[in-house]
Design a binder for this molecule. Sequence first.
Ligand SMILES: [Zn+2]
Length: 461
Amino acid sequence: MTADAALVPPDPGVSEALARERAAAISSVRYQLQFLIPPERAERVTGNVTVRFVLRPASQVVLDFEQPRDHVGKVAVNGAAVEPAFINGHIVFPSSALKAGENSIAIEFVSGDEALNRNDDFLYTLFVPARARLAFPCFDQPDLKARYRLQVALHPNLDWEVVSNGEEGLRTFSSNRYFSFVETPPLPTYLFSFAAGKFSIDTAERNGRTFRMFHRETDTAKVARNRETLFDLHAKALAWLEDYTGIKYPWGKFDFVLIPSFQFGGMEHAGAIFYNASSMMLDESATQNQLLSRASTIAHETAHMWFGDLVTMRWFNDVWMKEVMANFMAAKIVNPSFPEVDHELRFLLAYYPGAYTIDRTAGANPIRQPLANLNEAGSLYGNIIYDKAPIIMRQLEQILGERVFRDGLREYLKKFAYSNATWLDLVKILDDRTPENLAAWSRAWVEQRGRPQIVSNHLKT
Ligand SMILES: [Zn+2]
């Protein structure tokens, strides 16, 4: 079909220009989502989505769906069937098809397998940084947070469990096995997730809260050896973070899922953290390094429930910020439990050589760098983000003092809760709490490349 003459064709991927336009035109996003899981891995996962949102007058609407045209079935806008345009991995609706204010778009789709991690006995989604658009039509950018109401329908042959961000509501068994989840608080697409499969569920009570662990470990002795520690580590991190931030755990229930051969150490899906099973279920012969690493990973992912999940970067150029903050909190939570380790020496050896090696070269990039399109997000990662950023976060706390730094973080989390913020939003809050010129410090250390050149006195004038 030919596109409406009034359509502005969006670029492939998710460009910053598209994200900015959408964030200005669209608000109050809600997804009602259903996925149907077939009995055989070779068959496609299908689904339907109804996305509701408030639209500014005279705006076209671009949904991201990076699949061939034939993966889209019926499409309706505000109840009436329409033929949208399919351009560069997007489904595009002209402004004439929509109205100012509340709208709904309903779409039947066939998911691609790329972000579903399908195995014979289980599957799990992993949508970071912008891969939700491979599985369902959505606004795949971090600052269009949405509430999700999910239903997963399993073929009756699949005797599986399902876990997602929201609390499980009704289970109904008719032609399929339906798992419905209560609507989530506002989440970015990269944190929306579910896992379905043959999982055992262990539960435990800690400090009046129920924790659930989903796992596929069949060695009962191994489970028995690790389970209490895994619950303890989560409960301890949670209590510490509630105290430090002054904000109660924001996601209702707390589940975690141990996944064989998971791509990362962990992923901070709100209310349902995913981990690599092998680094959680340890052998009797586990080394101190493995124990420290496990405790740090758990504290890191739990810290993300506030740093990254409750307050999310506006765009992925600030992804370093949530990572560094989660590591920073994890060190505070975990290090005192390992007094025999020289944590200062470890920090020095882990970060300084790598940071200097790159930062003194002509090709060094700043910590904060532009990102024109989410399909280039992988290029941000390197020694500067991994090694230099942790050093500057420590420096920031030293400049301000522990208490002022903590109080600034509390204000930041409260002010931007369930919303988005940039690094500069945080700098502004902290800058107001110190006589030092933090804006100049941030320019020298974070926004400019290379080792900083600071004019002797950088007090505010
Ligand atoms: Zn992280």
